[in-house]
Design a protein around this ligand. Structure first.
Ligand SMILES: [Zn+2]
Ligand SMILES: [Zn+2]
Length: 266
């Protein structure tokens, strides 16, 4: 049984990720329209009936934009903490609580053949979580919105065979760019987003032999480019004297189009 992962969309304009094992799949976040999610899955040959549910990391629009439509149309259960669930709901955005499956931080739960844990990260939402998922003998960690990597998140990130990690902004582009000072400060804060320099530095110091694939995720539209994110990582690895011989592979997830399907096999 192989594990397959792809991003339907990644970045400050919308996030939605798919993880499957050939029989069942799960979605992580629903930050693009429900129609786009269904269309993208169909193009990939994945049926909605195989989807066990959608995991939600936090209440920002770029993670929940399509959730209401998706749940209403496809009756998917929503897995998240009760604090995040409450923060998502509003008079215009009311999903029946029958769809809600409560999860607790760092407590193992199961969706079909997937064993999952949510872990806390620091970000400017009422609560934000990352996910560590085990299936088919592989471990996947996803952390897309976090101002810094605390020791709890670091442990899950270091354990991954497939790592989906934020590389949000290029520091120079952010500082010289058009955002007002308060917004620049917010993004760079410990509760904002990870910059290329932070992600690269962490990875260069913590590259385990078991890491097979790194996906740089949640790139800013205005303050980053895929080239800059990649360059930053390769530069930091070189500085540490690390030469990659095809492993781990590195991908940059795009904002406006699905990634290739990544297959992890034993
Ligand atoms: Zn986000
Ligand atoms: Zn966010």
């Amino acid at each position: 049984m192989a594990l397959e992962f792809c991003s339907l969309s990644s970045g400050s304009s919308g996030n939605c990720y798919y993880l499957g094992n050939g029989f069942h799949g799960i979605l992580i976040d629903a930050g693009i329209s429900g129609t786009s999610i269904r269309k993208n899955l169909k193009n990939l040959g994945i049926s909605m009936q195989s989807i066990l549910g959608v995991l939600i990391t936090h209440n920002h629009t770029d993670h929940v934009r399509g959730l209401y439509q998706l749940v209403k149309k496809s009756q998917l259960p929503v897995f998240t903490t009760s604090r995040i669930w409450k923060s998502i709901l509003s008079p215009d955005f009311s999903i029946t609580s029958a769809s809600f499956r409560e999860i607790r931080l760092q407590q193992l739960f199961h969706m079909g053949e997937f064993a999952l844990e949510a872990f806390p990260v620091f970000h400017d939402a009422p609560e934000t979580i990352g996910f560590h998922i085990q299936a088919a003998g592989k471990k996947i960690t996803l952390a897309t919105d976090l101002g810094h990597i605390c020791s709890t998140a670091a442990a899950y990130i270091k354990a991954a065979n497939l790592l989906v990690i934020e590389s949000n902004y290029d520091e120079q582009m952010l500082l010289e760019g058009p955002y007002p000072p308060y917004l620049k400060a917010r993004i760079r804060s410990d509760h904002g987003h990870l910059g290329n320099h932070q992600t690269s530095d962490f990875l260069a110091h913590n590259l385990g032999d078991h890491l097979e694939h790194i996906c740089l995720a949640h790139l800013s539209r205005n303050n980053n480019t895929p080239e800059r994110a990649l360059h930053s990582l390769h530069q930091k690895l070189r500085e540490k004297g690390i030469h990659l011989n095809g492993k781990p592979r590195i991908s940059v997830l795009q904002r406006d189009k699905p990634s290739d399907m990544i297959h992890l096999t034993d």
